[in-house]
Structure formats: C-alpha cells, structure tokens
Design a protein around this ligand. Structure first.
Ligand code: HPA
Ligand code: ZN
Length: 326
C-alpha cells in the first residue's frame, strides 16, 4: 500500500484540536444563515481564500470572527459531530478537543448550551462510529487570570466530563507564569493540564509551563529546541508535545515544511505527537499533517508509527482505555 493509505489506516489520535477552529467553510455559512449572523463572505471559496495568514494574530482575528456563528446548543452539537465524523474517516480513534468558552459567554451564550451540545455530540459519535473523545476547556491568555478563574467556576458542574484545561490565544507578551494561580487551582480540582507554549513565544515560555505551571503536556513546543537543557528535561520527564506541522507552516512559525523541527525533535528523544490544531484553516486533518511531514522531512514509516504511538501514550484517557488502543 502507498504511504497515504497506510497512514490513514493507522489508528491515530488528535490531541490538539480546537472545536471553534474545526468549522468547515460550508458549515460556517450554514450556521451564519441559520442564526442570521452577517458574514463578510458569501461562498465557501471566498471564505477559504481568506485563510491566508502571516502570523498567529492574523489567524486569531479570523478564528474569533468565525466563533460568532456558534450560538445555540444545536450549533455546538453540529460542529462537534462534523469534526468527529470527519476524524473517524481519517482513522482517528481518539480525539481530545479544546473549546474556549470565553468567546461565547462574553456574548451572553449560556455555558450550558455549549457543554450540552459538545458533550451530547461526543457521546453520539462514540455510539455511532466508535470514536472516543475527551473535552479540554481552554482559556484565553490575552485576557486576565481572574477571567480564567471564572471559567473554572463555570465548568464545575461538568468536572467529571472535562478531562483537562488548557490555554491558547496571543502568546508573545502573555507568558505562562501570568496564569500560575489558575493552573494551580485547575490541578487542585483534578483536571489534567496543558498549555500552548513555544509556538511564537520563546523556549523560556516552555520552561515556565513545565516548571511553574507543571503542565502534563505542552501544545506546540517548537521553540524548546533552542534550549538544550530544556530538551533534556522534557525528554527525562517524558512530557508530550502536541506538534501541529501544517499550522506551523500556515502561521509562519516555520518558513516551509522542510524546515520543520519535527524530525530533530524526534531524534532528540522528545515525546512528539502530530495533531491538526484547526483543520480547515490550516489545510488538513491528522493524516495530511503526517503525510506532509513524511514527504518533506524524509521520515521513515517507523518514524510515523512512533509518532502515532506517542499520541496514544500522551492521551489523557485512562490507562485501561489507552491499553485497548495500543
Ligand atoms: N495558538 C494559539 N491559540 C490558538 C491556536 C494556536 O495554535 N489555535 C487556536 N487558538
Ligand atoms: Zn492550538
């Protein structure tokens, strides 16, 4: 079989994926129409053409604009169902998906609508396709820590259904240490933790994430490679990095796929996984991400299998569940 068929057929995970960033253009237009939300684009192609970014902020501007089409419980259900169905076709057997409630609660959307829609779709997808999923609640680092703490309060009724908390948004100028209290409180409550670090920010932010926030996983983490002592710590402590190669190319974290550090990260012994981040915005699901790396970085099939196994090991689901995937 050819590499694409082989990679698509591998039982994979997607551990770094934002539900708000998973809305395909056709669904975006449908939701806008349904909710009477005006959009600046009237065709899927026009919307797709707008996915032309020069940095993280130019992406975030469009991503937050796209959030406006999600209003009702049904909308959250539809977006989650569409992603999980698509991921299932891509050979993903387990997904850990982020949603950031602040984009919605700031517009007066009740957290109940979001949680019921997303969790309902996750249960349905498991019954329908067999795909398992876990929910990660993400806060915005460009807002205050007090606002992040309020999110923690809001999700308490669902603490048994939320596996962990994370943080995304504008990285430079918003170091992990600014949210030390929030991550401490999240850990106290029994949530697993992860944080976006070392995407546009420096290796020092990854170090803060590990040492001050004591997170279980780093999202992205590319910049770690600039600090060999940090790499040693990450390897020793086997802290997973959820790398998103197509995202890194499209947000110009790397100039092209051939320059991507994934292979060096693997060779350094880092616990790297490959994930989709925001699939329609960046042009691919997990298979396309793995294939792009395989092609551009001269990975072996054994490297790809290693990365896929790393994803299963790095997941936040229980040991019992994980063993059945391995
Ligand atoms: N980085 C920061 N914030 C984000 C991302 C990302 O890759 N995706 C969605 N929100
Ligand atoms: Zn992300």
């Amino acid at each position: 079989t050819d590499p694409e068929t082989f990679i698509r057929g591998l039982p994979k995970t997607d551990l770094h994926m934002h539900l708000e960033g998973s809305i395909e253009p056709e669904l975006m237009l449908e939701l806008a129409e349904r909710n009477g939300i005006p959009l600046r684009w009237d065709t899927a192609d026009a919307l797709r053409a707008a996915y032309d970014f020069h940095d993280l902020q130019s992406f975030l501007d469009l991503y937050f604009e796209g959030c406006k089409v999600l209003v009702t419980e049904r909308d959250f259900r539809d977006v989650t169902s569409a992603y999980l169905a698509r991921a299932h076709l891509d050979g993903v057997v387990h997904a850990e998906v982020f949603i950031g409630p602040q984009s919605f609660t700031e517009r007066g959307i009740p957290i109940e609508a979001l949680m019921r829609g997303v969790l309902g779709a996750m249960d349905e997808a498991r019954a329908q396709h067999g795909i398992t999923s876990a929910l990660l609640i993400s806060v915005h680092r460009h807002r205050t820590e007090a606002e992040a703490m309020a999110v923690l309060d809001q999700i308490l009724p669902w603490r048994d259904r939320v596996v962990g908390v994370g943080m995304g948004g504008a990285e430079v100028g918003n170091p992990p240490s600014r949210f030390a209290r929030f991550f401490g409180a999240a850990r106290e409550l029994g949530f697993r933790t992860c944080v976006h670090a070392g995407e546009e920010g420096p290796a020092a932010y990854v170090r803060e994430a590990v040492e001050i926030l004591q997170v279980d996983r780093i999202d992205h983490g590319n910049a770690s490679m600039a600090d060999s002592a940090l790499v040693r710590d990450l390897v020793e402590r086997r802290i997973p990095l959820t790398v998103c190669p197509l995202s890194n190319v499209r947000l110009r974290v790397v100039s092209n796929m051939a320059e991507h550090p994934l292979k060096s990260m693997l060779e350094a012994g880092l616990h790297v996984t490959v994930n989709s981040d925001d699939p329609p915005y960046f042009g691919g699901y997990v298979t396309e991400n793995l294939l792009a790396c395989y092609d551009a970085l001269d990975l072996s099939i054994a490297d790809v299998v290693r990365i896929v196994r790393n994803g299963i090991e790095a997941s936040f689901i229980t040991t019992e569940g994980r063993d059945s995937l391995l």
